[in-house]
Design a protein around this ligand. Structure first.
Ligand code: NAD
Length: 259
């Protein structure tokens, strides 16, 4: 992937960081994005660059705001950075029954988990087309394919992003640009740790018992997917071997959706 630049949204943590790391290991220059302590992010940026000998920069855009996304792409263009690989990964979760779901949380989840991908794609595609190559990877979820209770906004956004992936996959089908979705099952990241902690405190379980309970309910392997595995899949989807994988929703879910 030498000579390519990948923007990975929400790459200061969890899956995004795993994907940024794998793409950097494959030789891609990286643009990081996401929230966090400035010193910690700078340490992350410097360590990725030093470990893989690639150029790594950071963009602090709040992707729930369309104007921030436009401004981020304007800064990248000004700096002469073209985005060849766009990984839409930033996402949040909120768990509540639909009639108690806070309207503000619904809006925030749709804005980040769905609309942000529309805005980054609309900003990144013209550059990919002019350079004649591109890869768009949308990190959806098994919840883009099946539902769970109490996750109305998340499931709606993830189903939506799979629809968006198909449309962009079709609109770019006669080009060397592909657009695909990755649908992970449970991955042990801060986003899921919160759900484990809530389960442990509600049911009076130890952390380990809460993890097993969470996995057993949905994920037949009773084992977590890792950010490294998702990073390796992202590298494959960026390769020429994956040039005819288009508009797919690729599960990595320990068997969750096979049931
Ligand atoms: P995480 O909480 O570890 O990381 C989320 C990242 O998004 C962080 O870098 C955070 O700073 C960033 N972020 C949050 N709000 C942002 C905003 N407004 N603008 C820019 N960045 C923002 O979560 P994760 O588990 O690594 O999740 C990453 C993606 O994978 C999400 O889209 C999530 O829905 C999806 N996913 C996660 C799992 C799982 O089990 N963890 C499973 C399936 C899908």
């Amino acid at each position: 992937m030498k000579g390519k630049t990948a923007l990975v949204t929400g790459s200061t943590s969890g899956i995004g960081l795993g994907i940024a790391n794998a793409l950097a290991a494959g030789g891609a220059d990286i643009v990081l994005n996401g929230f966090g302590d400035a010193g910690e992010i700078e340490r992350l940026r410097a360590s990725l660059a030093a470990t893989h000998g690639v150029s790594v920069s950071y963009q602090a855009a709040d992707l729930s705001r369309a104007a921030d996304i436009d401004a981020m792409f304007a800064r990248l263009a000004e700096a002469g950075i073209g985005i060849d690989v766009l990984v839409n990964n930033a996402g949040i979760q909120h768990v509540a029954p639909v009639e108690q779901f806070p309207v503000e949380r619904w809006d925030a989840i749709i804005a980040l988990n769905l609309s942000a991908a529309f805005h980054t794609i609309r900003c990144a595609l013209p550059g990919m087309k002019s350079r004649g190559w591109g890869r768009i990877l949308n990190i959806a979820s098994v919840h883009g394919l099946v539902a769970s209770v109490d996750k109305a906004a998340y499931v709606a956004a993830k189903h939506g992003i799979i629809g968006l992936t198909k449309v962009v996959g079709l609109e770019t089908a006669r080009t060397a640009i592909t657009c695909n979705a990755i649908c992970p099952g449970w991955v042990l990241t801060p986003l899921v740790q919160k759900q484990i902690d809530a389960r442990a405190s509600q049911a009076g379980l130890s952390e380990q018992e809460a993890k097993v309970a969470l996995l057993s309910e949905k994920q037949p392997s009773v084992d977590f997917v890792t950010p490294q595995q998702l990073g390796d899949l992202a590298v494959f989807l960026c390769s020429e071997s994956a040039a005819q994988v288009r508009g797919a929703a690729w599960t990595v879910d320990g068997g969750w959706t096979a049931q």
